[in-house]
Design a protein around this ligand. Structure first.
Ligand code: GLY
Ligand code: MN
Ligand code: MN
Length: 429
C-alpha cells in the first residue's frame, strides 16, 4: 500500500507545482468525560498517508530541495502509550510511512516555515479545528510580512479540497479491491438479515446480527449508524433507535453497510418481514424499483451527475400521480418539487473513504460533474408516506391504506468503460 500512497502524493504534488499543501489529522472524538471513541483518521489525510494517528500534520512541498513529504507526529512515549495505545513515532514515520523528514508535532511552529518560505501558495482546507486554522493563518501572515525581505512566499491560500477531492472520486485498483471487500461483507449481512427477520423479532436483534458479521469478517464496523426500520419507522430517513418489535405485514427497511479498511459499503433493501407484500406495499415497491433500475441505466461514462436523479424523480412523480397520491401537471410538480412530500432526498452520492464521499457534484452554475470509469456512487430512490401525512394545498387527501409505507432501494454502482457494474447485486431486489 505504501507505493499507492506515494503515487497519490506524487499526483497531488504535480498539481500544486510550487505550492505547499498542509493536511491535518482528525481530532480525537470524545464519547464522555475522558472516554474517547475509536480513532478515525481524516479521509484526505488517510488517502495521502495511510497514517492513522491523531495530532499529526502532513506537508507536501514539491519544490523543497531536500524534503518533499514531511510528517509531524506524536513522539514515542512509553508511559503515554501504556494508556492510549501504540504510537508510530518520529523514526518509523520516515521508515514505514515514507516521509523524507519527520518531526515531533511540538516542533511544528519551528519547522514549518522552511517549507512555506519559497512556496507560491499554501493549499489548506480551513477545517473544524479552529485553533489549527489560526496556526496556519498566523504562519501565512508572518510570511506575507517578511515577503519584501525575501522576495518569496505564499501570496494566497487555496482550499485543498478542490485538488484532492476530484482525485478521490476516481478509485484505483487497490481502492476498488477494498470497496469490493467492504461490499461483500455488507451483502452477506443483508442476506443473513433477510433470513433472520420475522414477526416478533426486534429491530435491534437484526442490527446486532448484521454488525456481528461486519466485525466477524474483519471489517472495522458499521460504515454509519445502521438503520433497521420496520413499519412506519421507515418514513424517518435516519431512524437509528432500532428498538421496535416487527409485526405481521410490516415492511422492513434496512440501510446498513460495513466499513473495511476505511472503505464503505452502503446498501438499502426493503422487504416484507413475513415474506409477502400487501397490494399497496407491492405497488410502491415496484414503483421505487422501476425508478431505481432506470436511474442505474443512466450510470455510464459521460453522463452528467444529475441525470440519474432526474430520471428517478420523473418516474416516481408519474407513478405518484397515477396512484392519486399527487395531482397536477408532471412538469410543474417536478419544477416546484412537490414530489418532495414523498421523496425528499437525492438519488445518490459518491461512495468511498467517506460514505458521502468527496462532494464534487457541480463544477459551475449549471455544469454537472460527468461520470467517469472508476467512480463509485449509490443509487437510492425511495418513497416515504408518513403515517401523519398532510397534503399541501391543492394536493389530494390520501387513503389510509398508503400511510406508513416507507421504501428505499440502494445499490453501490461502479462506473465502467462500457457502462456500469452493480457492486451490490448479490442482495436480491
Ligand atoms: N446510509 C446513508 C445513506 O444512504 O446515504
Ligand atoms: Mn447512501
Ligand atoms: Mn444508505
Amino acid at each position: 500500500m505504501q507505493t499507492e500512497y506515494q503515487k497519490r502524493r506524487e499526483e497531488l504534488m504535480a498539481k500544486i507545482g510550487n505550492g505547499t499543501a498542509i493536511f491535518r489529522s482528525a481530532p480525537v472524538a470524545v464519547m464522555h468525560n475522558d472516554v474517547e471513541y475509536a480513532y478515525r483518521q481524516d479521509s484526505d489525510f488517510y488517502y495521502l498517508t495511510g497514517f492513522n494517528e491523531a495530532d499529526a500534520v502532513a506537508v507536501l512541498a514539491p519544490h523543497h530541495e531536500e524534503h518533499r513529504f514531511i510528517l509531524f507526529v506524536q513522539p514515542k512515549d512509553k508511559e503515554k502509550e501504556v494508556w492510549t495505545g501504540y504510537r508510530v513515532g518520529v523514526d518509523a514515520a520516515k521508515e514505514k510511512y515514507g516521509a523524507d523528514e519527520a518531526y515531533p508535532i511540538a516542533e511544528l511552529d519551528e519547522k514549518l516555515p522552511q517549507y512555506l518560505e519559497k512556496a507560491e501558495r499554501i493549499y489548506y482546507h480551513l477545517g473544524r479545528d479552529r485553533q489549527f486554522n489560526e496556526t496556519i493563518l498566523s504562519h501565512w501572515q508572518k510570511l506575507v510580512a517578511t515577503y519584501p525581505k525575501r522576495g518569496t512566499g505564499p501570496i494566497a491560500i487555496e482550499d485543498s479540497n478542490f485538488i484532492i477531492h476530484p482525485m478521490r472520486l476516481v478509485k484505483s485498483a487497490a481502492e476498488l479491491e477494498l470497496m469490493r471487500k467492504a461490499i461483500a461483507i455488507s451483502v452477506e449481512a443483508h442476506n443473513y438479515a433477510r433470513e433472520f427477520a420475522k414477526p416478533g423479532r426486534y429491530e435491534y436483534e437484526i442490527q446486532a446480527e448484521m454488525e456481528h458479521i461486519f466485525r466477524l469478517r474483519g471489517g472495522m464496523g458499521p460504515a454509519y449508524p445502521s438503520i433497521v426500520a420496520s413499519g412506519a419507522n421507515a418514513c424517518i430517513l435516519h431512524y437509528i433507535e432500532n428498538d421496535r418489535q416487527l409485526q405481521e405485514n410490516d415492511l422492513l427497511l434496512i440501510d446498513a453497510g460495513c466499513c473495511y479498511q476505511y472503505y464503505n459499503g452502503d446498501i438499502t433493501r426493503t422487504f416484507p418481514v413475513n415474506g409477502k407484500f400487501t397490494p399497496e406495499q407491492k405497488i410502491i415497491y415496484d414503483l421505487v424499483l422501476t425508478a431505481q433500475l432506470a436511474a442505474i441505466d443512466q450510470v455510464k461514462p459521460g453522463n452528467p451527475w444529475n441525470l440519474g436523479h432526474d430520471t428517478a424523480v420523473r418516474i416516481l412523480t408519474e407513478g405518484l400521480v397515477e396512484l392519486g397520491l399527487l395531482t397536477g401537471d408532471i412538469e410543474e410538480i417536478i419544477k416546484e418539487e412537490k414530489y418532495k412530500a414523498f421523496y425528499m432526498h437525492k438519488t445518490g452520492h459518491w461512495l468511498g473513504l467517506d460514505v458521502h464521499d468527496s462532494p464534487v457534484y457541480k463544477l459551475g452554475e449549471e455544469v454537472w460533474q460527468t461520470l467517469q470509469p472508476g467512480q463509485v456512487l449509490t443509487v437510492e430512490p425511495g418513497i416515504y408516506i408518513a403515517p401523519d401525512y398532510q397534503p399541501a394545498e391543492g394536493q389530494p387527501e390520501i387513503d389510509d391504506k398508503w400511510r406508513g409505507i416507507g421504501i428505499r432501494i440502494e445499490d453501490d454502482v461502479l462506473v465502467t468503460e462500457s457502462g456500469n457494474e452493480i457492486l451490490t447485486a448479490g442482495v436480491p431486489k
